[in-house]
Design a protein around this ligand. Structure first.
Ligand SMILES: [Zn+2]
Length: 188
């Protein structure tokens, strides 16, 4: 079984900011461990890169230990810090990258980690479905920003596809880690 940890819990004040207040955002970054794989998801915007290195240090890891970076979609708040991991391959919608080398996108990262397409927030949306001892955990980027928010995504590239993606994730997962909030349970 694989293990999922929220390394950095994301937020957005889009739903709470006062009129005229700046919108601030930070995406949720996860660490997935499975055998020799150490995968970081969505290394996004950070006030300081030390936030990432400190979070990894708590897991006895450094940026050099990360084998893969996975991007849920190509919005900068989800990939700003992709360059922090010198030994990592990158998996995104367009493929798998190792330095300048590129291959087709795989369908899984291991027997416990499936990659599925979840378009709608953006056309290049991907999610991971991870088999853990607690059940299936879905890392979905902005398919949900937070639990129950937004009900209708104002930035959705295709609201109909987004609804289909949400339905697919709800069927597959026991827990969801959204793009800008904490893990929540799927009530079956
Ligand atoms: Zn986002």
């Amino acid at each position: 079984m694989a293990e999922v940890k929220v390394l950095i819990e994301g937020w957005t004040n889009a739903d709470t900011k006062a009129e005229g207040e700046d919108e601030t955002t930070c995406c949720t970054t996860c660490l997935i461990t499975d055998d020799n794989l150490k995968i970081v998801t969505d290394p996004g915007v950070l006030a300081d890169q030390k936030i990432m290195t400190d979070a990894l240090a708590k897991e006895n890891l450094s940026v050099n230990d990360i084998t893969h970076v996975f991007l849920t979609h190509s919005h900068i708040d989800h990939y700003r810090n992709i360059g922090m991991f010198p030994n990592a391959k990158t998996v995104e919608y367009w493929g798998l990258w190792d330095g300048a080398k590129t291959w087709d996108r795989p369908e899984k990262l291991s027997d416990n980690i499936d990659i599925i397409e979840t378009p709608g927030h953006n056309y290049d949306g991907l999610s991971l479905i991870v088999n853990t001892n607690e059940g299936k955990v879905a890392i979905v980027g902005d398919v949900w920003w937070k639990e129950d928010y937004p009900e209708t995504d104002p930035y959705a590239s295709d609201p109909e596809k987004l609804n289909k993606s949400r339905k697919k994730v709800l069927e597959l997962a026991n827990y969801i880690i959204p793009g800008h909030g904490k893990l929540f349970k799927v009530e079956k």
